[in-house]
Design a protein around this ligand. Sequence first.
Ligand code: 5AD
Ligand code: SF4
Length: 467
Amino acid sequence: MNKKFHIVTTGCQMNVLDSELAAALLISRGYTKAESQKEAEVILFNTCSVREHAEEKIYSALGRLKHWKSHHPDGVIGVFGCMAQKDRWVIFRRAPHVDVVVGPGQLDRLPDLVEAASMGEGPQMAVSIDRFRKRESAGAVRESFRQYDPIRLSETRPRLFQAMVRIMFGCDRFCSYCIVPSVRGPEQSRPADEIVREIRTLADQGCVEVTLLGQSVNLYKSQEGGKTVALADLLERIDGIGGIRRVRFVSNYPTGMTDALLQAVRDLPTAVPYLHVPAQHGADSVLKRMNRHYTAAQYRELTARIYETIPGAAITSDFIVGFCGETEEEFQETVRLVRDTRFKNSFIFKYSERSGTKSAELFDDDVPDEVKRRRNNELLAVQDAISAEAHRALVGRTVEILVDGRGKKDGQLSGRTPTDRIVVFDGPDSLIGTFQTMEIVDSTPFTLFGQIKSSGDAGSDDGKRGG
Ligand code: 5AD
Ligand code: SF4
């Protein structure tokens, strides 16, 4: 099959990686990447179910393709990712012109199904077993969320020198608001040697920076020769891979931040001092309703421990505002946590009820949307003021960046520091993919502006040396 395909990706980094792996699977079967959706004969949507808004956007996009399908009877429309697992038949019902539905636990089957649909074999579906279906064994469910060793092709990555690597599948935390444990299935860690092999392949392709992905990545645990391999051990092994200079990992669950892990981040030259540890809320009562297994005091203790162990560390967080029953006092606890912790950045979300989750079953989504919006804006303003202040303090300092692309203006480039701060500067395209030492000359809450001091390996005032 040598049809041209186009993938539209929504959602988190896990989806960005899945789209890349899906592209590699299709290319290895003879398909080619279309220049744009217009030229594609196979149009695929990689979908997200975390919030309702994201799903509605996909249904609208699918609706718009009805006309396209009537003019391209041989064309294939596919939906994969979290919404495919969650909605399954609903997708065929709401958009009957869709040909293929593939859940995230069956991604390796995507090319077979696209092929069958192309051959006129009718609608195709591959999803995993619903993990809440009582009569299925845990083993059968796990099996249906298939692990596979992915093909890595450099041409499917936007930048040769950066790559994401999945180290875990699924999630077993069951935060009450979250659909992820149902759609991505039981938590499974990949074998360490498989991960190391994959990163070696990436390094051979010219990759210098890897981001390890897992829903609770710090709870990584695999067995090797009768010994348990934890994330700290894995980081140490990756540190020994020639060519890899920066390693980060997302997302962390607050209770799994062991001292051994923090020390590994402090001591390993490749591990960057950037930690995404979502708090979700600042009030114990809400954390309890969210089924998060820590208190605000324990979270504060953790951030203090991070700052103490890793000087210059940057911590980022996710927060949900307007969760079921959230009072103004409870919300103010979140504001206080943000104010006190001095996060590098906070990602703030308005609660979106998802059917199939515990919070949808147990609580009312009773915070009016305008209150959610107001709280969202208030928290954002608090965080922005902190980010602006932290950035102002970096003016005049020296940082090391990996130049990762062009800036918004002509002749401008953009790069990231070890703590993931964006630095924009003037320079030639030939610097993309290189490390540069910069002096920071100006700042906004979101961006630092720099000037090149020298190429290569000098130190950094922003976090420890970046490799
Ligand atoms: N509503 C709003 N935000 C959510 N998140 C997860 N589920 C929901 C939901 N139902 C947020 C959490 C998580 C991030 C990826 O998305 O903050 O960390
Ligand atoms: Fe969802 Fe909680 Fe798992 Fe994160 S840890 S994916 S928020 S259930």
